[in-house]
Design a protein around this ligand. Structure first.
Ligand code: XMP
Ligand code: MG
Length: 183
C-alpha cells in the first residue's frame, strides 16, 4: 500500500519507496565489495526484515545464502521490553561462516545486542550487521552496525516491513505513525 491509503494514520513520511530503493542499492554495492572474496550468509530477523532482505539480496550482484531467525521483544506495544523471546532459530550452522545480520531497525539495540551475543557463541568466521533504519537517540547499547540505511528520529515508525500491531508492514515507504493510533 502507498502513503495515500493510510494518510490519516501518519504524521510525516520520512522516506519514499524511491529513496529507499536507491539507498538499498548503495548498501548492496558496499556489501558486494566487502564480501567479494568470501561467501556471505544473510541472516534475516523475522518479520520486520522481510522487505529489506528481499530488496537487498536482489540488488546484490554476488551470490548469497539466506537464513532466518525470529525473536520477539515488543508484544503489541511500541516500547522495547528488553526481554527477548526466541521464536525461531536458524536452519544453518553458522560456525566458520561469514554472517551478515539483516535488520529492519535498531531502536534501543537491546534485541540486536542479545542476538549478536547468541550468534557470537556459535563461532562464525565474521559477524556484521546491516540495518535499514537506526534511531541513534534511542540506542541504549553500543552496537557496531557496519551498514546503515538511514538514521531516523526517535519516533515510532511504520512501513517497509515495520508494523504496529501487525499492520502497516506492507506500506511501501517509511513514515512516523500518528501517536493517536496507539495511544
Ligand atoms: P530494539 O529497541 O530492541 O527494537 O532495538 C527491537 C525491534 O522492535 C521493533 N521496532 C519497531 N517497530 N516501529 C516498528 O514498527 C518502530 O519504530 C520500531 N522500533 C523498534 C523492530 O522489529 C526491532 O527490530
Ligand atoms: Mg526487528
Amino acid at each position: 500500500m502507498d502513503a495515500d491509503a493510510i494518510a490519516g494514520d501518519l504524521t510525516t513520511v520520512l522516506y519514499t519507496p524511491d529513496q529507499i530503493r536507491e539507498r538499498v542499492g548503495e548498501l548492496a554495492r558496499d556489501i558486494d565489495r566487502d564480501y567479494a572474496d568470501k561467501d556471505v550468509l544473510l541472516v534475516g530477523v523475522l518479520n520486520g526484515a522481510v522487505m529489506v532482505m528481499a530488496d537487498l539480496c536482489r540488488a546484490m550482484q554476488s551470490h548469497c545464502e539466506m537464513d532466518w531467525m525470529a525473536v520477539s521483544s515488543y508484544g503489541s506495544g511500541t516500547k522495547s521490553s528488553g526481554v527477548v523471546r526466541f521464536l525461531k532459530d536458524l536452519s544453518a550452522d553458522i560456525h566458520d561462516r561469514h554472517v551478515l545480520v539483516v535488520e529492519d531497525i535498531i531502536d534501543t539495540g537491546l534485541t540486536l545486542n542479545w542476538l549478536l551475543s547468541n550468534l557470537t557463541s556459535r563461532g562464525p568466521a565474521s559477524l556484521e550487521v546491516a540495518a535499514m533504519f537506526r534511531k541513534p537517540d534511542a540506542m541504549q547499547t553500543d552496537i557496531d552496525c557496519k551498514y546503515v540505511g538511514f538514521d531516523i528520529p526517535g519516533e515510532f515508525v511504520v512501513g517497509y516491513g515495520l508494523d504496529f500491531d501487525g499492520k502497516y508492514r506492507n506500506y511501501d515507504g517509511l513514515a512516523i505513525l500518528d501517536p493517536r493510533v496507539y495511544n
